[in-house]
Design a protein around this ligand. Structure first.
Ligand code: GLC
Ligand code: CA
Length: 551
């Protein structure tokens, strides 16, 4: 048995294949200097917690110098840390300390756009139309009389036109907020700059990158109109001939990056690409491109055995085609937390419900029950798992944030039709009581709900049956069991059951139906809820060690 403390540093260069990566939304994780904003000092003070939880690596959301118009996904300087989060020295110390505890650190690379405060964009604004300073972005003349209409009908993911006008009459492209101008990846200087940024962080000890909006880098240079308006953060359905999503041209950029990563053994890149077609998404996993892609199909699958089985099988097929393994994720800083999603009726758009949906539709107990079952399913699968801070506490989405505290640009840009993503970003409760439940010494940048302390680390640690202890046990057992085993054999345990056996003999099963189902013979290792008389209740998962003679 390996305790989390004695974890050997993974020696193979493909440590990520079955790694558990913990996503740290820095601003909301822990506040080290009592200004209500999470920071690197806060994270450093909680590293032991993360080590003991049993994860292998951290992915830290953008921590760069930024006006924080989009939570830091608007980068003003890719080589500086935002003073609200700390200094570059703090970041270096964090990486070293984490590495010393066997935790690798992935940095969030934001290549699709910069902040409007980035030196390049400021130079572009100061330059004349047609000047080379503008060639690093997408500047275009407008349409209509005096060019007062945007160059085309592309819409921003956050709502409204994807173009904004500058005083001299030209327009620039921003697929997200107007403070996030898109970079032109056909520009040699842009390419060279990012190669250098990759080296900068790898040289400081980062183990690699989570790559933001990886499917957006290449744009059609003729800027044609879109045939129909669309919104993102839901999957882009058809990208075969799309003018800005998932274009073939982006792959050349990725290959350039991969050459650099290959100079740093053990480094890894994971793509955030919202592409529905697995055949197209799998292309990101070619051996000379990304090591991993986020698998949002699993996250979006409804609580139905058939759909979940399908989403697992298709992810394996696609990844295997390139010798890779799938990744698994249920929550992140962009989606409604899964313990809330699973508590809402099937088919309901949780994002829309946040604003003015009927609160009576939410069954929080059911949501948490399913979330606990889902995590045993997810952690039972071969491949690597991404956890979002707070899910190990069973945190729900904070759906009742007051409108006047909302910070996500989605709220304004959507014309107040979407509340945005703040409800998944509410600062973490560490203690039962206290001004910000132990998040920091003085308040939190988003208000925490009454009762948040009951989810706290302090309230759950060492208490049998809590979600925190479920995660800890699952991660410990997973570590003991994985031993290079990458295989999975489907079992037919009933129409509403997702069940499979790992090469190690561990059986994983989840009951998504309404009636209890029989558990095959073996030694129960861990279950997400109470199990009695050899029956697995509805919305419950279990891991069972099957004796060799029963396999
Ligand atoms: C990604 C990030 C999201 C951000 C957007 C623009 O989807 O995860 O938080 O708003 O990119 O950078
Ligand atoms: Ca702080």
């Amino acid at each position: 048995m390996t305790s989390p403390h004695e974890r050997p540093t993974p020696s193979t260069s493909s440590w990520w294949r079955d790694a558990v990566v913990y996503q740290v939304y820095l601003r909301s994780f822990a506040d080290g200097n009592a200004d209500g904003i999470g920071d690197i000092a806060g994270l450093r003070s909680r590293l032991e917690y993360l080590r003991d939880l049993g994860v292998d690596a951290l992915w830290v959301n953008p921590w760069y110098a930024s006006p924080l118009k989009d939570g830091g996904y608007d980068v003003a300087d890719y080589r500086k840390i935002n003073p609200e989060f700390g200094t570059l020295d703090d970041a270096v110390a964090l990486i070293a300390e984490a590495n010393g505890m066997g935790l690798r650190v992935l940095v969030d690379l934001v290549p699709n756009h910069t902040s409007a405060e980035h030196r390049w964009f400021q130079e572009a604004l100061a330059a004349l139309a047609g000047g080379e300073e503008r060639a690093r972005y997408h500047f275009r003349p407008g349409r209509g009389v005096d060019g007062s209409e945007p160059p085309n009908n592309w819409t921003s993911v956050f709502g409204g036109s994807a173009w904004s006008r500058v005083p001299d009459g030209e327009w620039y492209l921003h697929l997200f907020d107007r403070t996030q101008p898109d970079l032109n990846w056909d520009n040699a200087e842009v390419r060279a700059e990012f190669r250098d940024i990759l080296r900068f962080w790898l040289d400081l000890g980062a183990a690699g990158f989570r790559v933001d909006v990886a499917h957006g880098l290449a744009k059609d240079p003729t800027y044609p109109d879109l045939e129909r308006a669309e919104r993102m953060l839901t999957m882009v359905e058809d990208t075969t001939a799309h003018p800005f999503w998932d274009r073939a041209g982006l792959h050349a950029v990725v290959r350039e990056w991969r050459e650099i990563l290959d100079e740093y053994p053990g480094s890894v890149m994971v793509a955030e690409a919202w592409v529905a077609d697995w055949n197209r998404l799998a292309a990101y996993l070619k051996p000379d491109e990304y090591h991993q892609v986020f698998n949002f199909h699993f996250l979006q699958a409804p609580w139905e055995a058939t759909r979940i089985r399908e989403s697992i099988a298709v992810a394996f097929d696609a990844a295997h085609a390139h010798g890779a393994l799938p990744t698994w994720v249920l929550s992140n800083h962009d989606v409604v937390r899964h313990s809330t999603r699973y508590g809402l009726p099937q088919g309901l758009d949780a994002r829309a419900w946040l604003l003015d949906g009927d609160r009576a539709l939410l069954d929080s107990d059911l949501g948490l029950k399913r979330a606990r079952a889902a995590i045993l399913l997810m952690l039972g699968l071969p491949g690597s798992a991404y956890l979002y801070q707070g899910e190990e506490l069973g945190l729900p989405e904070v759906h009742d944030l007051r409108l006047d505290v909302l910070d996500d640009p989605v709220w304004e840009k959507s014309g107040h039709t979407l509340k945005g993503r703040d409800g998944s970003r509410v600062p973490i409760p560490w203690t039962r009581d206290g001004g910000s439940f132990g998040f920091g010494a003085d308040g939190s940048w988003l208000p925490q709900p009454v009762g948040w302390g009951s989810f706290s680390h302090q309230a759950q640690a060492g208490v049998e049956g809590t979600t925190l202890e479920l995660y800890r046990s699952a991660l410990r057992i997973r570590r003991e069991l994985r031993s290079g085993d990458e295989s999975l054999e489907w079992l037919d345990l009933g129409p509403d059951v997702v069940g499979f056996r790992r090469g190690t003999g561990t059986l994983v099963m989840v009951n998504l139906g309404e009636e209890p189902v029989e558990i095959p013979e073996g030694e129960p290792l861990l279950s997400s809820g109470d199990v009695a008389d050899g029956l697995l209740p509805a919305d419950t998962a279990i891991w069972v060690a099957v004796p060799p003679n029963r396999r």
